[in-house]
Design a protein around this ligand. Structure first.
Ligand code: ADP
Ligand code: ADP
Length: 228
């Protein structure tokens, strides 16, 4: 479960990117996070994976208290999360397999375990034939699938996606959504910040709209644009 209680995030320049935000997300939900540029979506997403710490308020994710936790516990929290970005953030000098298996290597899994896990997630995202390619040899959609494979290799409870289709054409975006929905169907919570109206409207899920640092709408199956 994810719970934000009265969360305010103030940057060092004084900007209050989030103001007294409270939000609860149950395990297994699929949540779109929408709002205009500058609304506070990225700030909210960064608070979730503890790239940022709230100025005020409380955040609990997967039984971790993000405000009270010690720095050395952060890797433990991150192991319960997968994160996917608009610009993929793959390591250019590593192959697809190496990019995906790296996190397991860091936590000391054996080569055998890593190979098995990588093979499995590659099949899940439909990239078994690209295992030994480098990121720059792949299309944008394929690179995003590598990023998703990397994010789910630890079988996270929560998958956080910040504009995952932002750099992709509509057909490729639909392919990425099919993968995210499949992951969600297995019980993984998916939180997706997006500007993609077509996707939100065609694949309705819970929709949380942020404006000016506050939640102005929280609606099950909400459409991207709504009548005021
Ligand atoms: P990171 O690289 O870890 O995401 P940065 O601090 O480099 O963190 O930037 C975070 C985001 O916030 C970026 O999208 C950046 O453009 C934006 N940003 C950074 N500083 C400011 C600022 N002073 N005002 C508005 N947006 C900012
Ligand atoms: P969104 O993701 O919805 O575009 P952001 O969370 O990036 O919104 O930004 C919310 C507000 O916080 C904006 O006013 C932005 O300029 C400001 N902001 C974002 N990052 C920083 C930063 N690192 N330093 C100062 N201000 C920032």
């Amino acid at each position: 479960m994810i719970k934000l209680l009265n969360v305010t995030k103030r940057y060092s320049n004084g900007v209050e990117a989030l103001k007294n935000v409270s939000l609860t997300i149950e395990q297994g939900e699929f949540v779109y996070l929408v709002g205009q540029s500058g609304a506070g979506k990225s700030t909210l997403v960064k608070l979730l994976y503890r790239q940022l710490v709230p100025t005020e308020g409380f955040i609990t994710i997967n039984n971790f208290d993000l405000r009270l936790m010690r720095e050395r516990q952060v890797p433990k929290l991150r192991r319960t999360l997968g994160v996917v970005f608009q610009d993929f953030k793959l390591l250019p000098k590593m192959t697809v397999s190496e990019n995906i298996g790296y996190a397991l290597q860091v936590i000391g899994k054996s080569d055998e375990e890593i190979k098995t896990a990588v093979t499995q997630v590659l099949a899940e995202v439909g990239l078994s034939d690209q295992a030994d390619h480098f990121p720059d040899e792949l299309s944008g959609g394929q690179q995003q699938r590598v990023a998703i494979a990397r994010a789910i290799i630890n079988d996270p409870k929560t998958l956080i996606a910040d504009e995952p289709t932002g750099n992709l054409d509509p057909q490729t975006s639909n392919d990425i959504m099919a993968i995210l929905e499949r992951i969600n169907a297995r019980g993984t919570t998916v939180i997706m910040a997006t500007h993609n109206q077509q996707i939100v409207d065609e694949l309705p899920h819970r929709l949380v709209e942020v404006a000016n640092g506050t939640i102005i709408r929280d609606e099950q199956g909400g459409q991207y644009t709504h009548e005021l």
